[in-house]
Design a binder for this molecule. Sequence first.
Ligand code: C2E
Ligand code: MG
Ligand code: MG
Ligand code: MG
Length: 279
Amino acid sequence: QQAKREQKFIYFYSAGLDEQHLRKLTILELLQTAVEKDELTVLLQPKIDCATGRIQGAEALLRWHNQQLGFVGPDEFIPLAEQSGLIKSLTRWVCEQSVKVLEQLQPLPKDFTLSVNLSAVDLLSNEVISLIEELEQQYPQLSQHLVLEVTESVLVEDPETAIERLNWFRNRGYGVSIDDYGTGYSSLAQMRQLPVTELKIDRAFVQLLATSPVDQSIVRSTIQLAHELSLSVVAEGVEDEQSWNWLKQQHCDVLQGFYFSKPIPFEQFNQKLQGESDA
Ligand code: C2E
Ligand code: MG
Ligand code: MG
Ligand code: MG
């Protein structure tokens, strides 16, 4: 009887694995032609100046719609693209689109910054250098407007190369941001070795700020420490006005979140931005 039950369990367990495995394989196969089939889009989520509530910049976020699979979220396909190396061609595409965004936002505010996400694979490969050099040919002021977001995971794999790459970006004038800060295993002390300009507090600590004293303590001390290290602080996942008010009192620099705007298409973003400059 017991053996029978176990057998049944194993059967369902492996059937579940097969299904998951099949979906992964399907995603990887279909993702390979996503660029050429024009299935990708970049959405822009406004980054808001905390003190004034005005748009300061945007984060470029990738979207994929496939005929067979429908919409697949980046949280599902990005990790697979990273494992397979496909991420490099996706990053190239997002960066190329980002240059177009900068070219097409007219007039572009002098201090406007567009953030793109780089995965550890991108940062550790040297292709990213030739990609950026190529884009600078097309858009010489790129380093003034582009911010590279990386996660703490870059420190795990190969800290030396990561630091070398980040220095290369910093020396050319690019902003470098530590994304999802607080979810990795590194301490702010370790982070201090990294040539970065910005710390982005993960939305896990931000979403419930208004009612969570523990999250308030974490965010308050993170802002203080970051400022002591001369880093700009972004809070992501701001969903209500109370959290904004609280973050303003703590002198947080930049906010991102559904309270202000979800990620939106270029046209809509451009209208918002130009609407503000007319006001
Ligand atoms: P991320 O870089 O931390 O981006 C922020 C994510 O939080 C976005 O999810 C955004 O839509 C979401 N978000 C922003 N404000 C709020 C809020 O107030 N509430 C809630 N619930 N969510 C909010 P998205 O676009 O689904 O992206 C998920 C992750 O996928 C990104 O996290 C990033 O790690 C990765 N990703 C997206 N686009 C790219 C890309 O072009 N390249 C790479 N390497 N990764 C990307
Ligand atoms: Mg990001
Ligand atoms: Mg983030
Ligand atoms: Mg995230």
